[in-house]
Design a protein around this ligand. Structure first.
Ligand code: FES
Length: 104
């Protein structure tokens, strides 16, 4: 596992998310009630940018056609058709820096 620094923890308050890129993979990092989570940010429907969508609790809504995803699990919450899970990543915080782990 390799760890990548993505942001300062203080720059991402609860209820907010941001886009990041880890080794060419687009992800979103969200602060949900003080805990940080990371999930793939390219929508598995038609590639919408999930980090540009709306975060409500632990659910993000795709800005393109409204699919809804659980940021904690990467699972689809709501959409008319089934879609594969988004990848999720382990997140840690050290010295106010957010790190995302990616399998080597
Ligand atoms: S691209 Fe995300 S719902 Fe269509």
């Amino acid at each position: 596992m390799a760890s990548f620094r993505v942001a300062k923890a203080a720059s991402l308050p609860p209820g907010k998310m941001m886009g990041a890129e880890v080794e060419g993979q687009k992800i979103l990092v969200a602060n949900i009630d003080g805990e940080f989570y990371a999930m793939g940010s390219v929508c598995n429907h038609m590639g919408g940018q999930l980090d540009k969508g709306k975060l409500e609790g632990n659910v993000v809504t795709c800005p393109r056609h409204g699919s809804r995803w659980d940021v904690k699990t990467g699972k689809l919450v709501q959409f008319p058709e089934p879609l594969p899970d988004e990848p999720i990543f382990k997140v840690s915080v050290k010295d106010d820096e957010i790190f995302v782990e990616k399998r080597a």
